[in-house]
Design a protein around this ligand. Sequence first.
Ligand code: ADP
Length: 332
Amino acid sequence: MLTNLKLRLLSYLVILYMLVAFAWWSVLLYSKNKDAYYAKIELLKIGMSAEGIYRSNEHFLHTKEYLELTKKYQRQEWMIFGEASVFIISLVIGIWLINRGYNKEIEIAHQRRNFLLSITHELKSPIASIRLVLETFIKRKLNPEQIERFGKNAIKDSERLNELVNNLLFAAKLESAYQPHLEPVRLDYLINNIVDSISEKHPKVIFLKNIQNGIPIIEGDQNGIVSVITNLVENAIKYNFTTQPKIEIDLQQGNEKIFLNISDNGIGISDREKNKIFERFYRVGNEDTRRTKGTGLGLYIVSQIVKAHQGKITVADNIPKGTIFKIVLPKK
Ligand code: ADP
């Protein structure tokens, strides 16, 4: 990191030197050109005097030779200014582009590191707990109740692992060849099912559904859309540390579009992070996020699925606190 910073500083110094050196050469060229111009005028005057053409300074300033010389000088002056400006502008644009690329590289490296850290943790903890359950089964005599409890926990962990691997595979597929498998999808029905199954797992969460009557059936990838809604609802619960998490799901239709809003009263997302959260492996780097499990793949998958349905997803602040994810899908 320190070497990177040193290299960066060094390259800025070199660039600064180039700029100053070029500015210096431009000024020098400009003043030499001016000197040459004055010398040529003097020479012209002497030549004219020798030929007896020179009458007065006033007359000299109107002669064809003087005017041509001045015009040429002014052209050269503009050339120097022009070349210097083009050089400086291209240098500045070049530096800006290099800097942008460099920052992107750093961000990608940072994300990769975050991803490796979180994925290692996400893989290790369910594996460790499944192992513990199996070891307990072998070493201890358990009663049927304990067997059921431990067994259920192990199943939950294996589901978590399965979900993680599926997400990874799905994200890899999105990179290369995701084509939504189109079929008739009833959004209102899906939302009701998803909310029912999630609220079973999270009885404390309050769900408010506002589903307009007569929402048309759309053509879409049912599994993909289920994954979008599930991800958003699960995030709304995960990033919510209030005693009473409240999630509102709003489904409305316009003339040509369908509007799905999922709002929560959770920790919210700062403006700076709002357009980054849809990037692959991006996790908001604050303490609240760090205490939650995740890989930063969920919203990337969500946004890619919405995009594949020619839809749009945006995020806004909820009032008084929390987040609203807004999805607009075409009616098809
Ligand atoms: P993960 O949940 O695995 O970290 P996601 O791609 O689903 O990855 O989310 C990316 C980041 O966006 C999360 O790390 C979190 O900081 C933020 N985020 C997502 N949904 C919410 C939400 N409803 N409220 C607050 N922050 C959220």
